[in-house]
Design a protein around this ligand. Structure first.
Ligand SMILES: [Zn+2]
Length: 312
């Protein structure tokens, strides 16, 4: 999915005042949503017809040609929601406009929800949409490493990290760092011609890294203090730890860790993106283009990395 219609992100509000002006009514949000989803007018999900009758305050429409009913949210992350788009847009704005994101507790306060669980679920729905299915693999010089993140509810969880010279990061919650896991991680995230720097861990080898050129470098602490060969990887992990403690105050459970890693990577990879508007618009584009996950799937959380590795 591209950034979509240029105007959509260029015109997206950048401040709370602009937000209130641009999305003053539910209709403003619906119009934006339709633009993001269909480019202009809604189209019938069955026959593609664009002559439609609008029902239920514009949230449902019936195709004039075939009678099929399509809802504005069907097939998207917001499928089944009864809450106004305006609240969802506000949530996206709050999440996107804050440098470090937002906790469920804070979102609950801002949206005036009675329940913490609702705010928590919304955050997870949005978070779960942040990863594009076909992401460009990391190329050229890549540092790869593993680290542990911990916390009261998190226990001690292993995270695989890969960072690129120009700065993108990929993170995966893993059970182990054996060859097989590292191979799955490398194949999912690193270009076939990447040049890989790692520490001396034996799992980084021709089996896990394949044809990629590989430079294992063993450093003493003293050497690392002078010139750390895995500086980017170490830096991103220390920022990750700070974020988990700072924004989320240790509330993250191990079974939800991957979703937080995805959000962190999304923020990290866009840290140079100018403008809140662009990130908000991109987030809504993600909500439009992803199917909903069930409540059950969200609460149960994604399994640790090796177990849900995509086959492709
Ligand atoms: Zn139709």
């Amino acid at each position: 999915m591209s950034d979509g219609n240029d105007d959509l992100w260029r015109n997206f509000p950048k401040t709370a005042i602009e937000f209130d002006r641009t999305f003053a009514t539910e209709g403003d949000c619906v119009a934006y949503w339709m633009q993001a989803r269909w480019g202009s007018e809604p189209a019938c999900a069955r026959c593609g017809g664009t002559r439609v009758w609008v029902e239920r305050n514009g949230r449902l429409f019936e195709c004039a040609a075939c009678g099929h009913q399509t809802s504005l949210t069907s097939g998207t992350v917001l499928e089944g929601t009864r809450k106004p788009f305006k609240l969802w847009f506000r949530a996206v704005f709050e999440i996107s406009s804050r440098r470090n994101g937002i906790s469920a507790k804070e979102l609950q306060r801002i949206l005036g929800f009675g329940s913490y669980e609702t705010a928590w679920t919304w955050l997870h729905k949005i978070r779960g949409s942040l990863v594009r299915p076909k992401r460009e693999p990391l190329g050229e010089g890549v540092e790869i490493d593993e680290a542990f993140v911990g916390g009261k509810r998190l226990g001690k969880s292993m995270v695989l990290v890969a960072t690129e010279t120009d700065g993108r990061v990929r993170l995966a919650h893993a059970l182990t760092n054996d060859e097989e896991t590292l191979k799955a991680f490398a194949d999912a995230n690193l270009a076939a011609d990447a040049h890989v720097t790692s520490d001396g861990h034996a799992g980084y080898n021709a089996t896990s890294l394949g044809e990629r050129t590989h430079e294992p470098i063993v450093q003493t602490n003293a050497e690392r203090a002078v010139s750390d060969t895995l500086q980017r990887a170490h830096w991103s992990v220390s920022m990750l730890k700070r974020w988990l403690i700072g924004t989320h105050a240790g509330a993250v459970k191990a079974r939800h860790l991957q979703a937080y890693l995805d959000e962190f990577a999304f923020r990290w990879n866009r840290r140079k993106t100018k403008g809140v508007g662009r990130i908000s618009a991109r987030t809504i584009a993600m909500l439009v283009s992803h199917p909903a996950r069930t409540m059950r799937a969200i609460v149960d959380g994604a399994r640790p990395y090796p177990l849900f590795m995509p086959a492709a």
